[in-house]
Design a protein around this ligand. Structure first.
Ligand SMILES: Nc1ncnc2c1ncn2[C@@H]1O[C@H](COP(=O)(O)OP(=O)(O)OP(=O)(O)O)[C@@H](O)[C@H]1O
Length: 277
């Protein structure tokens, strides 16, 4: 009970910072300053300075191992769940709040800045319980309220029609694409401001990939989305802003159309023309 109370208080404490972010439209909703990250003794990210624009899709691209996932996970403090991973210097600001400040609860950060992983990770419970996993500790819900909430978030994730008659079946009975949308519904139920997506389509077939891409386009009206992708064509379809990383550094950072038309570095040109990556 004590843990729950601490979580709730911390989540509430984050909301004034959200309002501050909203009132300062010129600044990005999420910004890093001189961010450096190590795994053990090895430095893997170097002096990252980025600004994520509100209610836009920002794509993070780059070859395998350049640090895309590491950067993404640092943006909501998921990274510290990996043994040995550490933000060794620098900051991540959500509005005016440094999310790495010692008095900020990482679990509250992860609710406001949700993450969808590469492989869908539904919990071993029913479809409805998965959707309501984050909210059920906060409210004593009546059965009818549970159903309404489940319907709301499953609809937002484009899954309601496919699962409305089997809400109490195991989530593991769903296809991979459906599981990924269920994870999206679970994230949306936490009422995040920002959704991080780590190659959300990499394990999906083309039809499921298209479904997720449609959802990203819809969701950006209400959410800020940061998506890691290997897939240059997917970035072209989805991104408003694009970052290109090489060897732990951001080497290109521009509106997507500009970056695709005129990459400013030789490595950027090589990557976008498929010569590296
Ligand atoms: N748990 C870990 N322990 C040690 N090193 C790690 C760990 N995870 C990642 N790394 C290293 O950090 C660097 C960046 O990895 P990261 O997964 O962020 O790259 P990525 O661009 O997302 O790669 P991919 O596209 O292949 O998923 C790589 O050199 C990788 O080997």
């Amino acid at each position: 009970m004590l843990q729950t109370a601490i979580n709730l208080n911390s989540a509430a404490a984050l909301h004034p910072a959200i309002l501050t972010a909203a009132s300062a439209p010129s600044a990005g909703i999420l910004q890093t300053q001189q961010l450096n990250i190590h795994y053990g003794l090895e430095q893997r990210l170097f002096d990252i300075n980025i600004s994520i624009a509100e209610r836009q899709v920002t794509a993070i691209m780059g070859p395998s191992g350049c640090g895309k996932s590491t950067l993404l996970k640092s943006l909501n403090r998921t990274l510290e769940l990996t043994p040995g991973a550490e933000v060794t210097s620098g900051s991540v600001y959500f509005g005016e709040l440094d999310i790495y400040q010692s008095d900020v609860d990482a679990r509250a950060v992860r609710k406001v800045i949700g993450i969808i992983h590469q492989r869908p990770q539904p919990f071993p419970m029913s479809i409805e319980e998965n959707v309501l996993f984050g909210v059920r500790f906060h409210q004593r819900l009546k059965r009818s309220q549970r159903q309404l909430l489940a319907e709301r978030y499953l609809t937002m994730a484009g899954l309601w029609d496919e699962v409305k008659d089997r809400l109490h079946q195991s989530a593991h009975q769903l296809s991979g694409g459906q599981q990924q949308r269920l994870c999206l519904a679970r994230t949306l139920a936490n009422q995040p401001q920002i959704i991080l997506m780590d190659e959300p389509c990499s394990s999906l077939d083309p039809a499921s990939t298209e479904r997720i891409e449609q959802l990203v386009q819809q969701l950006k009206n209400d959410y800020t989305i940061v998506i890691v992708t290997h897939n240059i064509a997917q970035s072209r379809r989805l991104a408003d802003q694009a970052l290109l990383m090489m060897e732990g550094r951001v080497i290109e950072n521009a509106p997507a159309a500009q970056l695709f038309a005129n990459p400013t570095t030789v490595a950027g040109q090589d990557f976008l023309q498929g010569r590296i990556g």
